[in-house]
Design a protein around this ligand. Structure first.
Ligand code: ZN
Ligand code: ZN
Ligand code: ZN
Length: 347
């Protein structure tokens, strides 16, 4: 903060607050905000009914009652700043209130400070990511024998995946994408009432949180026997996944990992169907820096964790995605997800 001449950082909902304090604020119309200044102890302005959940020594807790004005309390703790950094996920309902209190101040996103700290994971954080990844791998391994696909809806299958994600140790299942047949060509398809039929591919992309850290893995399955085209597209995506991971390592730019995966798709004449970046960072948020995308010249460093998830999406027909989480090491990357990446047959 001193280096950047930031006088106050305000952290509300989002991952920055639990990253620094262990306390996660509930997204709510009642403001919780940590007011951080370089020279004094951080102050947490928090609804009185939430105080019992805070266990953060070193933080001054300022409970507010239902008839208090929490913006006024927080502004009082913040002094008269020239420069304020605001947590990226703070609701504008609160931000506008702070801006009215401090009309002369200049504003920036807290991620300009916190992002650099969260970007490189320490060994404890990597251990959490590894646990989460292995949990989701165990779910993937159970799918062929335990989850029936044909004749069932995407929503029913997604519910099974969420249940198994918790059974395999996650604190909570956060998302489950199940896209069958033509729906598999929509990368973030919301599982619905469509019933899976024989001969269709099914993209399953799911994850949860374990000790505050996310898992996120995708495998593509086929109900019954795949077509030649499905096999070919899957093989290209699998090669792109492998080449992307091989390219990644310390000193390699994010955009070069993206380019490596993309060139495999181009060689297979499938690049026009690879409609998203190759990957995203992962940690206390499922999508965070570094983004593995063209134009990102950030060089990978040991401890950076991200997905490698090439895909091909042929609208109206089918799609394939294969996603692993990796962590940059001194030598290359450690791949955290190790479940079967082949076009696994399900019933
Ligand atoms: Zn995604
Ligand atoms: Zn992902
Ligand atoms: Zn995913």
């Amino acid at each position: 903060m001193a280096e950047r001449e930031v006088d106050v950082v305000l952290l509300s909902i989002g991952a920055d607050l639990p990253y620094f304090t262990g306390y996660e604020a509930m997204p709510s119309e009642r403001l919780t905000v940590l007011v951080v200044r370089p020279e004094s102890a951080p102050a947490m302005i928090i609804p009185r009914l939430e105080v019992a959940r805070v266990e953060s020594p070193g933080i001054e807790v300022h409970p507010w009652d239902e008839t208090d004005d929490p913006i006024a309390l927080a502004a009082g703790a913040g002094g008269t700043p020239n420069r304020v950094a605001v947590g990226d996920h703070m609701w504008s309902a609160f931000l506008v209130g702070f801006q009215q209190r401090w009309p002369e101040a200049s504003w920036e996103k807290a991620s300009s400070l916190t992002g650099e700290l969260r970007l490189v994971k320490d060994s404890e954080e990597v251990a959490c990511l590894r646990n989460a990844a292995h949990g989701v791998d165990r779910v993937m391994a159970r799918i062929p024998s335990e989850v029936r696909f044909t004749g069932r809806t995407e929503a029913e299958i997604a519910r099974d995946l969420r249940e198994m994600t918790v059974e395999e140790g996650h604190d909570v299942a956060e998302f489950a994408i199940v896209g069958s047949g033509p729906n598999s060509a929509s990368p973030h398809h919301e599982p619905g009432s469509r019933v899976v039929e024989e001969g269709e591919v099914i993209v399953c992309d799911f994850g949860g949180r374990w000790g505050g850290y996310y898992s996120d893995s995708t495998r593509t399955f086929v109900a019954g026997e795949p077509s030649e085209c499905q096999v070919e597209v899957h093989a290209a995506v699998l090669a792109a996944n492998r080449v992307g991971k091989e390219k990644a390592g310390p000193g390699v730019r994010c955009q070069d990992v993206d380019a490596a995966a993309r060139s495999v798709m181009a060689d297979a004449a499938l690049d026009e169907y690879f409609i998203h970046r190759t990957g995203h960072g992962i940690g206390m948020e499922v999508h965070e820096h570094p983004y593995i995308v063209d134009g990102n010249d950030v060089e990978l460093r040991p401890g950076m964790a991200f997905s490698v998830e090439p895909g091909a999406y042929i609208a109206g027909d089918f799609g394939v995605r294969i996603e692993d989480i990796v962590v940059c090491t001194e030598a290359g990357v450690e791949t955290l997800n190790e479940s079967d990446r082949s076009l696994v047959n399900v019933t």
